[in-house]
Design a protein around this ligand. Sequence first.
Ligand SMILES: [Zn+2]
Length: 281
Amino acid sequence: MALVRVREILKMADAANTSVIAFNSSDFNMIHSVFKIAEELKKPALVMLDPRHAALWGWGTPEIYAKMCIEEAAKVDVPVSFHLDHCMDFDFIMRAIKAGFPSVMYDGSMLSYEENVKNTAEVARVAHAMGVDVEAELGHVGFAANETDQDDLDLYTKVDVAARFCEESHCDSVAVAIGTAHGFYKKTPKLDLQRLQEINAAVDTPLVLHGGSGVPDDQLEKAFTMGINKFNVGTEYFYLYFQTVKEYCQNHEDIFDMQMLVQERLQDYLRQKLQLCTMTV
Ligand SMILES: [Zn+2]
């Protein structure tokens, strides 16, 4: 099956009443490990490029990233795909599409409703013509370091505008703000599952949950049966990588097999995390 459109994978997750898990991955070790364990567990999975990492690496990244994902995806039989995470830069999104990204996120969540709809619709118009899917964001998923972000109801997705937004923006999936935040939490998040159910009842578009690092599994399990079809994890996957390299450097003189240890640890983590996605293919 290999590389599949993200909208198809989200459709499968929706039919199975669960969520596919999308991991922010910045290099070969991270991408290879996600696809490898997806294959081992017979589950779909996604990797995502954060444009902040692309900015660090320079402008060649979307092309290299796409090539690496396409080659790695061709080695597995389960449905996998890749996606450009949070991007506000129209030109960068176009560049990613041209490079072969099957899915992109246009994040207009910091803009007014009207501007968010207008810009998302413009990205969707071009992306759809190229056979590419678009994720949008309504409400705003803030940062866990700002303790107030996760409790700020003003940032939460409003049920009454969600249906209109999906219809007007032509997005293929929409990230909702229901109590999560990006980064490590200072206090355990409590998802607004009531709101999630109401949004899910109001829209047909698959819903996406960002800020996945540190949300208790029991809350995730519920959210996955209440309409979340794509779940993003970044911070804890990166932190594990960082901790593994740090530990390795403290205990070894020679760096020859460092990447083997990194992959082993990442894969152990993925083997566990991917169990949250209850479907097998
Ligand atoms: Zn996010």
